[in-house]
Design a protein around this ligand. Sequence first.
Ligand code: KIV
Ligand code: ZN
Length: 522
Amino acid sequence: MTRKIWVFDTTLRDGEQVPGAKLNLYEKLEAAKQLKKLQVDMIEAGFPSSSAGDFNAVKEIAAKVGNTDDVIITALARAVKSDIDAVYNSVKYAEKPLIHIVLGTSDIHVEKKFAKSKSQILDIGVDAVKYAKTLLPDVQYSTEDASRSDFEYLWATIEAVVKAGATIINVPDTVGYAEPEEFGKLIFKINDRLKNLNDQVLLSVHCHNDLGMATANTLSAIKNGADKVECTINGIGERAGNASLEEVVMAVNTRSEVYQAYTNINTREIMNTSRLISSFMGLDVQVNKAITGDNAFAHSSGIHQDGLLKSRDAYEIISPIEVGLDDMELVLTARSGRHAVKNALEKLGFTQLTETQFEGIFEAFLELADAKKEVYNHDLYVIVENYYTEHDIHNQDITNYSDNFFELMDLQVISNPIFPSASVKMKKADQILKNSAVGSGPIDALYSAITEISELDIKLLEYNISSVSRGKEALGKVKIQVEYKGEIYTAKATDTDIMKASALAYINAINSIVVDHLLPVK
Ligand code: KIV
Ligand code: ZN
């Protein structure tokens, strides 16, 4: 029988503990709205006693996002009255509020952090739950550092707080020390006793990623009876982070026969949520991160591209559409084989190429791919057109398409606090186009100058720069995302001059728009 697994998102509390990731009120509210669209069951909106700003953010989220009964809004309190009051006074505006109390159970926490006896700590926990119950019916109790706690003391705590009225017991692997098999056994043992004590109480887990096992530990807990999982978007959180929501959810979805479980998550909102959190918090997602990394659905090896084109299931276990992406991405690089290049050409309409013509075009493709790293559709048009011209081929397949593409000739960017400005010289067919612009910063000025030349109504959504090598000759890689008529275009470029890389990435995006929207009909 498949069971529902409750998904508790703590991106706005544990995730926000990442240095530099603090959000303002507007950003927190927008992020919470997106989490609701993702259909998480519970949102931990913050730690209200930590600051007036956090208190207000939790209150706003409770009132504006928690205004329906399909999402529970909670916030964190230590086992002290003032913290519990702060949580109550901020979450009480939600339709379904919950108070979350945390108190350590490991010897290290009891003896070293609190310098108290185990029975004193247990009493503090029970009193905190009893007090919280006078305010709200739903109370979650977290036994901090549970995975390093003496089992019988851990159980004694759980039994006492459940008897005091806790409705959810959360078992955290606070320092990411647990190992999947061992953590699974712990959850199995607790679940066995808990269901005998009170089968209405939910058993939850909260795993950290210090040994890279947060997702594995969370999944092992699900296999062993956990009803609820605590996660964050992109796995962000204290130190090495928390179990990543998208990994846990997609593992449960993809291998439901193993976990005998499902979640209520709208997986098609995963990428939107990941991008929003990453951009608000300024935390880049590791490119090879499972599910939400840039390369998670990008296939570049020739062997893989060939296999995928023959049958997608050869190298694809999740359809990118399921997580909110357009489709699988076959990146054309020097490692792409003939099959992938032929397929890309056919999609552009070049279906009648002879064997000899294709071989000539493929050779030119390899040369360009070596120089440019990634080859775009507009590059393919130029390659085919050059080939036709060189071989004096007159084909209606192509009517000077390359005349529609833009090429960078030169640029100058001035960075200063008063008038950041840029001048660009570009080429389109045999026209030389020049323009200058002032912006809020050098990139804004550069992109304004290029946008005006293109005469396209483009919106820059994301700009990202990173170094792909080290030392004086380091290459800057710029990756951007732009929107045109509701469609999103991603483009990249690499150069030792980061302003040039920025301009080239933007022009790659513009040329992709030209391919999709502005080429004369064949
Ligand atoms: O890691 C932890 O133990 C926590 C608790 C507050 C659940 O974040
Ligand atoms: Zn945590």
